[in-house]
Design a protein around this ligand. Structure first.
Ligand code: SF4
Ligand code: SF4
Length: 370
């Protein structure tokens, strides 16, 4: 049988196949767009056509039942079209204004048992949008904190700002559950970062059987691992030794070698960083800086983490000028005053003291870590 034109499930299909007709018709010919109210945008084309978008909060992990309900809403209101944003928001698009209110009413009438929104409308403009995050305890091997748990707890605390535009500018919150940062927390207004504080354990009995020792050694960015022979009962086993003083608890070795685990209930927790952004509006893009060196993991609701984030958001909301991002505000008032305003404690852990002579970076200033 000829194989041409066979539809497979290998890779995504070409994106333009899924354009709503109004988008396909006006591609490259849009005049402007604006946010009509929190969660609702309009794009106006040269032809006079309009595309209204209603944005609702989603989750990074969704059940099939939930996705089916999203599709059912898209079928009912949007001729089957919808899109997901990079922050896991869901966007429903319609081609006329009179279709917007029925769509919003339908979305907001759908509630979970207990009354919370299934499809909250918001996440645009000078407010909080969905938290982008990584895999967490269930889906990755090196996390120092969970992802979905702290994200859910944080979004519950910030939920009013998802549906509102009261903040001076957009506020992006991200979470990465280890400092390998597949969640890009290094450039977020507020970043939640999982952090290990102990070097890997060495499971000598199994290490040589489970791991390629040269790979584990090569995986270490600070050259803290070297080959070693260790006594195990009567036997002498091939294994590794770790120079704990050089270890920065990154977990790369564990990625290569399951016999070098470093998850630890006491050692693991959360670092809060602030002031990063990728936009070059007002000021150049910035990295986030560490403002809280450690908060223990507190499942299921991460009370200390969420209280800390709420304090930062409230101080920013009260003190920043319109359009200033968190980092712009902190730089204008000075980082010392940032700590006063947010009532966060300034400690020596927040000063960049990385002083490995191999890198010739002896500390010469009191720059914050980033
Ligand atoms: Fe895994 Fe680290 Fe990414 Fe979390 S941030 S999913 S632990 S690589
Ligand atoms: Fe090296 Fe990172 Fe492993 Fe420490 S945790 S030994 S720095 S690879």
């Amino acid at each position: 049988k000829p194989m041409e034109n066979r539809i497979t499930d290998i890779g995504p299909q070409k994106y333009d196949k899924f354009y709503p007709p109004v988008i396909a018709k006006n591609k490259g010919k849009w005049l402007y767009h604006e946010i009509i109210k929190p969660g609702v945008l309009v794009h106006v084309a040269e032809s006079g056509d309009e595309c209204y978008t209603v944005r609702v909060g989603g989750a990074r992990l969704m059940t099939v039942t939930h996705i089916r309900e999203i599709c059912e809403i898209a079928d009912k209101h949007c001729d089957g079209h919808l899109r997901f944003t990079t922050r896991n928001n869901i966007e429903f698009m319609v081609d006329s204004k009179d279709k917007v209110e029925p769509l919003i009413q339908d979305l907001e009438s759908r509630k979970f048992e207990g009354g919370s929104y299934k499809f909250p409308v918001g996440g645009t403009g000078a407010g909080v949008t969905n938290i982008i995050h990584t895999q967490g305890w269930i889906h990755c091997h090196t996390p120092a904190t969970d992802a979905s748990g702290p994200v859910k707890a944080t979004m519950d605390v910030l939920f009013d700002d998802f549906k509102d535009h009261r903040l001076p500018a957009q506020l992006r919150v991200s979470l990465a559950c280890c400092l390998n940062m597949c969640g890009a927390v290094h450039c977020s207004d507020i970043a939640i970062l999982g952090y290990h504080r102990k070097p890997p354990l060495l499971d000598h009995e199994y290490l040589d059987k489970m791991c390629e020792i040269p790979l584990a050694i090569a995986a270490c960015p600070t050259a803290a691992i070297k080959p070693a022979k260790v006594k195990f009962g009567e036997a002498e086993l091939k294994s590794v030794a770790v120079n704990n003083d050089r270890c920065m608890f990154c977990g790369n070795c564990y990625t290569m070698c399951p016999s070098m685990p470093l998850a630890d209930q006491e050692g693991d927790g959360i670092v809060i960083m602030v002031g990063g952004k990728v936009s070059n509006r007002i000021s150049t893009p910035k990295f986030s800086k560490v403002v809280v060196a450690f908060i223990p993991n507190e499942p299921p609701r991460w009370e200390s983490t969420t209280a800390c984030i709420k304090k930062i958001v409230e101080a920013y909301s009260a003190g920043a000028n319109k359009y200033e991002r968190v980092g712009d505000w902190a730089e204008r008032i000075g980082w010392e005053r940032f700590f006063d305003k947010t009532e966060l404690e300034f400690t020596h852990h927040l000063i960049d003291d990385f002083r490995d002579p191999a890198y010739y970076t002896w500390r010469q200033s009191t720059q914050f870590k980033f």
